[in-house]
Design a protein around this ligand. Structure first.
Ligand code: ST9
Ligand code: ZN
Ligand code: ZN
Length: 324
């Protein structure tokens, strides 16, 4: 693990670009008309209706199909958590080419925009949290930060301020650029075709159960688990590390998002590869990254020194900090 003990100041100066500071104001609040994208409204409504229908098919599914659905959930979730989030948005560890390819495939299965766009918007979210320049600004309410932001045109501040940030590392990553180039076809194959067809081919599951459970239901669950980080984890929970920001520690979200609900910690220390102080607790993604290091496929995990966490909690926390 990289030695981060050469002083908290060096660490913060090194990483400050993604740390939100209330003083880095971009522009005064601008009210702009909300432009609804009806195509997205229709598609998201149909998707969620189909996901509800999928629940009726669970009793008729083979146990292998249910296990396959779980596998697809975890694989696509890792493409977001260990891939788009901790690796590509935050560079909190380094991954070898085979691991980057594996994570890019999982990311296409998750169908949440390509890695480049996801990481670009996420960096903008950290830098301009809870302002008009934040793509899913949680001060606009639960619905907007959960799904509403994908149903309307972006606030111009998002685009204007996003253009000021640095994305050269993403442009220089061939895996990111190749995934971007073939994104649509990779989504069709990995998010829908393979999840649906493999159970039919290998254990004679009906194609409709294959389509509705490992494809539609799994996709909708991963989407909502991810969106809960933007909505619930920006509204409900303690703020042990920084009471001055909205993101919270939310155990339910940590569980459903395989480790991404420790959001007060994550916004305070965005460069920590574990996104939490507490190791593997409700954090399968951290276990996965550590396992990849054991296999020699990842390295240089960045961690915040315990003394810095304790000092920060004491200085700016809400008093609820516990070290276990
Ligand atoms: C989805 C994403 O679900 C979910 C992300 C969640 C993030 C969560 C983070 C939480 C932490 C991690 C937790 C992980 C937990 C995982 C748990 C797993 C169990 N900067 O976007 P456009 C420019 S997607 C700079 O079209 P509109 C740029 O030039 C779901 N520039 O804006 C761009 O052109 P291009 C499936 C920016 O027209 C141009 O503007 N996908 C930025 O306002 C236009 O951009 C969908 O539903 C920026 N930030 O449209 C699709 N942004 O792209 C939804 C834009 O060529 N999206 N520019 O470079 C859309 O349809 C549209 O984006 C829109 C806005 C209608 C929302
Ligand atoms: Zn956040
Ligand atoms: Zn983040």
């Amino acid at each position: 693990m990289r030695d981060m003990s050469n002083g908290p100041t060096a660490l913060l100066e090194d990483e400050c670009d993604l740390v939100h500071t209330p003083t880095n104001s971009h522009s005064p609040r601008r009210d702009v008309p909300r432009v609804v994208v009806w195509r997205n409204v229709v598609l998201m409504s149909v998707l969620h209706a189909a996901a509800v229908y999928s629940l009726l098919l669970i009793p008729s599914a083979s146990p292998y199909t249910l296990l396959w659905t779980l596998f697809c959930f975890v694989f696509s979730a890792l493409g977001i958590t260990a891939g788009a989030h901790r690796l590509w948005s935050h560079r909190s560890y380094k991954a070898s080419l085979p691991l980057r390819i594996f994570l890019a495939l999982g990311n296409s299965m998750a169908f949440q925009n390509d890695i480049y766009e996801w990481s670009r918007d996420h960096r903008v979210h950290h830098k301009y949290s809870e302002t008009d320049a934040d793509p899913h600004n949680a001060t606009r309410g639960f619905f907007f930060s959960h799904i509403g932001w994908l149903l309307v045109r972006k606030h111009p501040d998002v685009i204007e301020n996003g253009k000021k940030l640095e994305f050269t590392d993403l442009k220089n990553d061939r895996v990111v650029m190749i995934q971007k180039r073939f994104y649509k076809s990779s989504v069709v194959v990995l998010c829908f075709v393979i999840p649906a067809v493999l159970p039919w081919f290998l254990w004679a599951e009906s194609l409709s159960v294959g389509f509705f459970l490992p494809a539609i239901l799994r996709y909708t669950l991963v989407l909502n688990a991810t969106w809960l980080v933007n909505s619930a984890a920006h509204m409900w929970g303690n703020r042990p590390y920084d009471v001055n920001i909205n993101p919270r520690e939310n155990r339910f979200v940590a569980f459903s998002a395989i480790g991404e609900g420790f959001h007060n910690y994550h916004h305070t220390f965005p460069y920590d590869y574990g996104t939490s102080e507490f190791g593997y607790k409700l954090n399968f993604t951290t276990w996965f990254i550590d396992f990849m290091c054991v296999l020699g496929l990842a390295k240089d995990r960045r961690r915040v020194p315990v003394e810095l966490v304790m000092a920060r909690a004491k200085r700016t926390g809400d008093g609820s900090h516990r070290s276990g």
